[in-house]
Ligand binder design. Structure first.
Ligand code: ZN
Length: 393
């Protein structure tokens, strides 16, 4: 009889413990799924495409009212094999992949621009490491065929202009453009182009490789090489272009930049070096004079800023898309027509929020586990006990 009672008690004990373990596992899994999947949907779903003034809801791709939905992000800095710790690499790439895939699914942009520094160590990579980096990039930033992805070269991808001295720069640049199928080729084969892409190529944007844009002998890649091909495509009103580049135009510092994702206070007053942090003054003035752009979007600084050049041309510095560089990464959503544009900044989940959720969940787990193994009837009494135990008399 005593043996039977012991067996029943033993079974009851193990059943209770199994249920408790399952509850803990379920709780841990829920927190993990929330922080690694759901949070991206919950945050990005609040972003929306900005409206243009007088935008017609029936504007089609065939009319001059057509509004292109373009997404701009910068400085993804995929870590390489030299400086990248595997855990850091895994974490950052997972975050960027989830953010990008969620944004694609929820917002469905027609075209995505990455404004340079896709890789962190592209300038040093061996061909094997480069291939591996490109493969990971293509997986992270996979996209449906109706969405075009255009990558602009940054200094971390192929190095600064002065780093090419003594090197075969054509090979390095060629490898980059080969890997990303430079946009020139797409216009060659109009059957493969979406109308949105052609619209962007022919009427909106100029993509500039500014790494060599020092006045003493620069190399520049721009849209005019295939402008002539655009003539037969659509007859839309000519419009001032939008410059897309990695380097910002010249500015003294970020001291006048505002906003929660502008440069940190201790860095705001650091003076920028020409041809290193920003373009030279001369090159910047030439670009403004040549193209008379209506908007400039650039990366490289990792922080947000809005600058007005010549009192009327706005330049937006797009912050880094990687949590390695920022606690609160973001991307820009642009509604762009042939004559107008409107921008909206979409913030991604803050790293602090995710860490706080994990820490809180960890504390809850510890409290529940201790409460389970101590003779208190519920976690509530356990917490109450902890609080009142050392209460001053
Ligand atoms: Zn850069």
């Amino acid at each position: 009889m005593a043996f039977l009672r012991f067996t029943i008690a033993n079974r009851f004990f193990w059943r209770k413990r199994s249920i408790f373990t399952l509850k803990l596992l379920w709780f841990t899994l829920s927190v993990f799924i929330f922080c690694e999947f759901l949070i991206y949907y919950i945050v990005i779903i609040h972003c929306h495409w900005p409206q243009l003034k007088g935008q017609s809801p029936r504007a089609s791709e065939q009319t001059s009212d057509f509004v292109l939905k373009a997404m701009f992000l910068a400085d993804t800095h995929l870590l390489g094999e030299i400086n990248g710790h595997w855990l850091d690499k895994l974490r950052r790439e997972w975050q960027m992949e989830r953010a990008f895939q969620t944004a694609l699914w929820l917002l469905q942009p027609e075209i995505v621009f990455i404004l340079g520094d896709v890789f962190d160590e592209g300038k040093w990579s061996s061909s094997q490491a480069w291939s591996d980096d490109v493969r990971r990039f293509q997986k992270m930033f996979r996209h449906p065929t109706q969405t075009e992805l255009i990558v602009i070269v940054g200094n971390h991808d192929i190095g600064f202009h002065y780093e090419f001295e003594g090197m075969n720069e054509c090979i390095q640049i060629g490898t980059f453009f080969q890997s990303f199928q430079l946009h020139f080729r797409k216009v060659d084969n109009s059957k493969r182009d979406t109308v949105s892409t052609t619209f962007a190529y022919c009427h909106l944007a100029i993509f500039i490789n500014l790494l060599y844009l020092s006045i003493d002998g620069f190399t520049m890649i721009e849209q005019s090489q295939y402008r002539k091909r655009c003539n037969d495509v659509e007859k839309l009103p000519s419009s001032a272009p939008i410059l897309l580049q990695h380097y910002p135009l010249y500015r003294r510092s970020d001291s006048k930049c505002t906003g929660e994702d502008s440069a940190p206070l201790d860095k705001k007053n650091d003076l920028f070096r020409e041809k290193y942090d920003v373009l030279s003054q001369e090159a910047s003035q030439k670009l403004l004079w040549w193209f008379h752009p209506r908007l400039i979007l650039s990366g490289h600084t990792h922080s947000a800023c809005e600058v007005l050049h010549n009192g009327r041309i706005s330049e937006i510095s797009v912050p880094s898309f990687s949590w390695r560089n920022r606690n609160n990464p973001s991307f820009i959503m642009g509604s762009i027509s042939s004559t107008d544009f409107s921008l909206y900044k979409c913030f991604l989940p803050s790293e602090n929020t995710v860490i706080t959720i994990y820490c809180t969940a960890g504390v809850v787990l510890v409290v529940f586990t201790l409460a389970h193994f101590l003779p208190f009837t519920s976690p509530f009494y356990f917490v109450q006990h902890l609080i009142t135990k050392y209460k001053a008399l």
